[in-house]
Ligand binder design. Structure first.
Ligand code: FE2
Ligand code: FE2
Length: 169
């Protein structure tokens, strides 16, 4: 399901600020977690697939477009930590996608996954995005927004644990 809808409403904006796009995607991720937690069977599987696709695209876009800029704006310590969290999340996603979404094993691992993904997004919102907002002009952020959406469109729809977390992946 790689429609424009996957990447959020900012798509209709011709000059999307990278921060607006990323915050919109974080909101969609949070909403999908809530919906998955109250779904079962095919509906749950389909929502999980949507989350997996959105996260694969979102984290790829961040690694390609956001990190090289935020590394200068927020420092190596911050970007190394975020890249490591994304790498770990991809490993967990690879495990989760092999499980039955209605199994106790899935639910236990998914609850942990939700906590770490939401904490990861919160770190980005608290440290990385404010640094980029402070150090980049509106025009630069719009250029980044365009590049991010382009990178996300060509991102894999499944996580690749071995390549994740690397800005060159
Ligand atoms: Fe991220
Ligand atoms: Fe993010």
């Amino acid at each position: 399901m790689s429609t424009d809808q996957t990447f959020g409403p900012a798509h209709s904006d011709p000059d999307p600020d990278v921060i607006t796009v990323l915050l919109g995607q974080h909101a969609r991720v949070k909403n999908l977690f809530i919906r998955i937690n109250s779904a079962t069977g095919k509906a749950k599987q389909s929502l999980f697939d949507e989350l997996r696709e959105l996260l694969a695209a979102h984290e790829t876009g961040e690694e390609i477009v956001l990190r090289p800029v935020s590394q200068k704006a927020a420092g190596d310590k911050v970007t190394d930590a975020r890249n490591a969290e994304e790498k770990e999340a991809n490993k967990v996603l690879t495990k989760l996608e092999k499980l039955d979404v209605d199994s106790a094993e899935f639910n236990a691992a998914f609850a942990e996954f939700e906590k770490s993904v939401l904490a990861h997004a919160q770190h980005e919102e608290n440290e990385e995005l404010p640094a980029v907002r402070a150090q980049c002009s509106e025009e630069e952020r719009q250029q980044m927004g365009k590049r991010l959406l382009k990178a996300e469109k060509s991102a894999p729809t499944h996580p690749h644990a071995s390549a994740a977390g690397s800005p060159t992946a």
